[in-house]
Ligand binder design. Structure first.
Ligand code: SF4
Ligand code: SF4
Length: 262
């Protein structure tokens, strides 16, 4: 496909079989220009990978490199990568050689020059006037691009998250309780704090969790993230899933409360 065709088809929706031309490399004259003055929403997997690549805790990462937005519709927090406070509002990870965390760069940086359109189809997000990589002759299908960028890794957690975000209960009544918003943030984005919460609070007195699950979430961030999604389903919608509440603990707490009132 020549550039002329691609320019005229900028607004088309593409499925996995559709093709486009693109190549991004240090020789292109716009190299690094797109790594600034941009709003990048981070997925939980992005935060999980980026903080590991930087060798810092999830709490440090969120504090240093992100800011939060609250969705009007759901009341749930979204995490956005914080750009530098310089004239070009450059990304903190861009260097002359390109992205310094290339292997662990965020989902939307991987997908660029495309973006998802409706969860099934894709559209161009880059413009040929500014992204000269679109004028290169290397041809990709959407499917091959997804494979090259390792995007399958994100599909399942992403699907799970959409499931939580789209739940009727959330949309009908936006969450206004800051403690609930913080639980959402902790369980999905602040995995070190979530792990501490599970193992160092009374969490394991309240919930009976199978030993094999505990073993996995103690060490493995991805398992902990899936666990967090399950826990959020319980906290937000009362769906218990594999979480079993310890009835003796609840009875004990009830007696304590009744005792303190009497
Ligand atoms: S994370 Fe990497 S690819 Fe994404 S904007 Fe920053 S430097 Fe560019
Ligand atoms: S604008 Fe396009 S070609 Fe230029 S650096 Fe960004 S992605 Fe690569």
């Amino acid at each position: 496909m020549k550039l002329k065709d691609q320019t005229s088809s900028q607004d088309r929706l593409m499925t996995w079989d559709d093709s486009f031309c693109f190549k991004c490399y240090p020789g292109v004259d716009c190299f690094n220009k797109c790594c600034g003055n941009v709003t990048i929403f981070l997925t939980p997997i992005d935060v999980m990978r980026m903080r590991k690549a930087l060798g810092i805790t999830s709490e440090e990462f969120l504090e240093r490199h992100t800011h939060r937005l609250i969705s009007h519709n759901t009341g749930l927090p979204a995490v956005v990568l914080r750009m530098n406070e310089n004239e070009g509002k450059t990304c903190p990870f861009v260097t002359e050689e390109g992205c310094s965390i290339y292997q662990d760069r965020p989902y939307s940086c991987r997908l660029f020059p495309l973006d998802t359109a409706n969860g099934v189809e894709y559209k161009f997000i880059a413009k040929p006037e500014t992204c000269h990589g679109l004028a290169e002759s290397e041809t990709w299908t959407v499917e091959r691009w997804r494979k090259e960028q390792d995007l399958r890794y994100y599909d399942d957690p992403d699907h799970n998250l959409k499931d939580i975000m789209a739940a009727d209960q959330v949309w009908e009544e936006p969450i206004a309780d800051p403690r609930m918003q913080d639980m959402f943030l902790m369980a999905l984005y602040d995995l070190d704090r979530f792990r501490e919460f599970i193992f160092k609070s009374s969490f394991l007195q309240k919930f009976k969790i199978d030993d094999d699950i505990l073993e996995k979430i103690r060490e493995d961030d991805l398992s902990l993230l899936y666990f967090g999604m399950q826990w959020l389903r319980f906290v937000l919608f009362g769906q218990k899933g594999f979480l079993k509440i310890d009835k003796e603990y609840l009875e004990k707490k009830k007696r304590e409360v009744l005792g303190s009132q009497g």
